[in-house]
Design a protein. Structure first.
Length: 129
């Protein structure tokens, strides 16, 4: 530890801006590494795959859970809520249903139908994610 401290002090004296940038880059890299690993562990758990639809889920969560590429999930959402711009709408399914004057169960049924159609057209292992 003492050698690392001496090395860091030497670097700081020689180039404080570059040293600060290096430290910031190492911190950012660590944050992204932790995030990537935690997502891999979460989505690697079979309990999080093909979860039954619920109002708290977002379209992105459903896409991850059902292993559906984002454009295909947006197509399913467009068929569930036709004529609406849902591309930049990160809300939960219950918020989307309320915003578009739909009963939550009706929206969930429409999405479930879209998921069933997608799965029949894309057999297991061909989902794209």
């Amino acid at each position: 530890m003492n050698a690392a401290k001496i090395q860091l002090q030497t670097m700081w004296r020689a180039a404080p801006v570059a040293t600060a940038l290096m430290i910031l880059c190492l911190i950012a890299g660590g944050v992204f590494a932790i995030r990537t690993i935690s997502e891999a562990v979460y989505w690697g758990n079979p309990d999080h795959r093909n979860q039954p639809l619920a109002g708290w889920m977002t379209p992105r969560y459903v896409a991850h859970s059902w292993r559906i590429p984002r454009p295909d999930m947006m197509d399913i959402m467009q068929s569930a809520v036709p004529g609406r711009d849902l591309e930049n709408d990160p809300r939960s399914l219950s918020d989307i249903a309320a915003k578009h004057d739909l009963a939550l169960n009706e929206l969930l049924q429409r999405i479930d139908t879209g998921l069933s159609v997608y799965q029949s057209e894309h057999p297991a292992g061909d989902a794209g994610q």
